[in-house]
Ligand binder design. Structure first.
Ligand code: ZN
Length: 469
């Protein structure tokens, strides 16, 4: 039996590898980058071209990333934009057959969006409130989804919306070099390997990361920080000058969450975890080995800081290691990350506090929604929800209540075994609702099917042959 949480050498060999070099200008307005991206065609289909997503060009990100050149083996190859410039198609000089690998070189320029300094604003990408958020500021190999028969697979090109998350990526390995103005304190995925001066006013930093879904670069010249350790992981909290009490509280909440979730879901397994203020109002956003919390949570909305922190921390297990399509199945990682906050509070403050949290936060919201005739199915894409309120109530509230129903039906011991096996069996992979159902059926097939039908939707049809390995 394999007990290690780390992937096998075979799994690591098949993961995309990014070697990225980026430079930021002094005014934090332009990023220039180059990357060698090495990847294996793990699908059964031959590829005559590959797709890289340009996430900064999503409407909700608001950036402008333009590819300057593409090359393979030192030779320029043609490329073209697709899907409203949110993807670039790179032609391969020879077809890449199943199991074969290649390396694509890309260079790009990114115009960084500059937003108003409004503390209520929610800005996922760009410069706002003296913070610079640059998740996925590079071309990211698209997820290729094989079809039912050979040759019918497709590249994932969803664009998402302001509601819900849009980033969908394979677990990958990164080596990143970034040259930044020296007054910037970077908050990133991965582990810092080097920091040196790079000419007057600039510093060059190097990180390695992986397996991770993406590489985050988030910086500010106003960050202060503190560090603690939980289960051999170094946790660092970054806050804006003036928000120290909130920043230190976020550090302690994150450390407690890491211990509780490691016990419940399985080991976190990375050397670093970072929590930082971001231009996100009262919301939060998860990234690999890092998450951002809206600046308002450090001040006026401090009462919500703890629950936001522990929700985002849970995404390190549900999104970062076990990943799902966030546009078509947003409830998968959101429901379980939201429910994780009940498990956290139960461990910290006891059962009755956790029960009353559930009653207030999820049950009351769903009751209200249902009374108003505005209930909606859990298993549907973000775009099918009528509005933001319905989306949040169902995806988070009903999503959390589904996991509570599983907990009640299986009993605490079996439920914890399920959480651990779901995490372990799908670590660094992409899950679908069918995978979740399969995992639940291993504990109690009848309970699994009836809960799925009651909460999630109709049972998936079983005609699809199992492609065995
Ligand atoms: Zn979330």
């Amino acid at each position: 039996m394999q007990t290690s949480a780390w992937p096998s050498d075979e799994m690591l060999d098949l993961m995309p590898r990014y070697e990225i070099s980026i430079d930021l200008d002094n005014n934090l307005q332009v990023l220039t980058g180059t990357a060698h991206i090495h990847f294996t065609n793990t699908s059964p289909d031959p590829w005559t071209y590959v797709i890289f997503r340009l996430y900064p060009n999503l409407e909700q990100y608001g950036g402008l990333l333009s590819i300057q050149s593409a090359a393979i083996g030192g030779r320029a190859v043609p490329f073209s934009y697709e899907d409203q410039n949110t993807a670039v198609r790179v032609e391969l000089p020879v077809a890449l057959f199943s199991g074969k690998a290649t390396t694509v070189y890309l260079s790009w320029v990114l115009d960084i969006p500059q937003w108003e300094d409004n503390a209520l604003a929610y800005r996922l990408f760009g410069n706002s409130q003296e913070m610079l958020s640059l998740p996925l500021a590079y071309p990211s190999l698209a997820v290729y989804q094989p079809g039912l028969t050979t040759g019918t697979g497709q590249w994932w090109l969803e664009r998402g919306s302001v509601r819900g998350d849009a980033a969908f990526n394979q677990a990958s390995l990164f080596a990143v070099i970034a040259t930044l103005p020296s007054d910037q304190t970077p908050v990133t995925s991965g582990t810092l390997i080097t920091s040196t001066l790079a000419g007057p006013g600039f510093s060059r930093h190097g990180w390695v990361a992986g397996p991770v879904r993406e590489f985050l670069l988030h910086t500010s010249n106003r960050f202060q920080s503190a560090t603690t350790t939980a289960y051999d992981t170094r946790i660092t909290s970054y806050w804006l000058a003036g928000d120290e009490a909130g920043g230190r509280a976020a550090l302690q909440y994150t450390a407690a969450a890491l211990r509780i979730y490691s016990d419940l879901f399985g080991p976190y397994g990375y050397a670093d975890l970072r929590v930082a203020a971001g231009p996100l109002g009262v919301r939060g956003m998860e990234y690999p080995q890092a998450f951002l919390l809206g600046v308002q949570l450090y001040g006026e909305y401090r009462a919500d800081l703890e629950i936001r922190t522990v929700h985002e921390a849970a995404h390190q297990w549900w999104y970062q290691t076990v990943h799902n399509d966030p546009v078509n199945f947003p409830w998968m990682d959101e429901g379980i990350s939201e429910y994780a906050s009940k498990l956290y509070y139960e461990a910290i403050r006891g059962r009755s506090y956790a029960e009353s949290l559930q009653a207030r936060r999820w049950q009351a919201v769903i009751d209200l929604l249902t009374a108003g005739g505005a209930d909606a199915p859990l298993n549907q894409p973000v775009a099918l929800y009528a509005d933001g309120a319905q989306y949040e109530s169902v995806v988070y509230g009903k999503g959390a209540l589904f996991y509570d129903a599983v907990n009640q039906a299986l009993g605490e011991r079996q439920f914890e075994a399920f959480l651990k096996s779901y995490q372990k069996n799908y670590r660094f992979q992409i899950v679908t609702p069918t995978d979740l159902l399969t995992e639940l059926r291993a504990y109690d097939p009848k309970v699994a099917d009836s809960l799925y039908e009651k909460w999630i939707g109709p049972l998936p049809d079983e005609e699809k042959p199992e492609i065995g390995d």
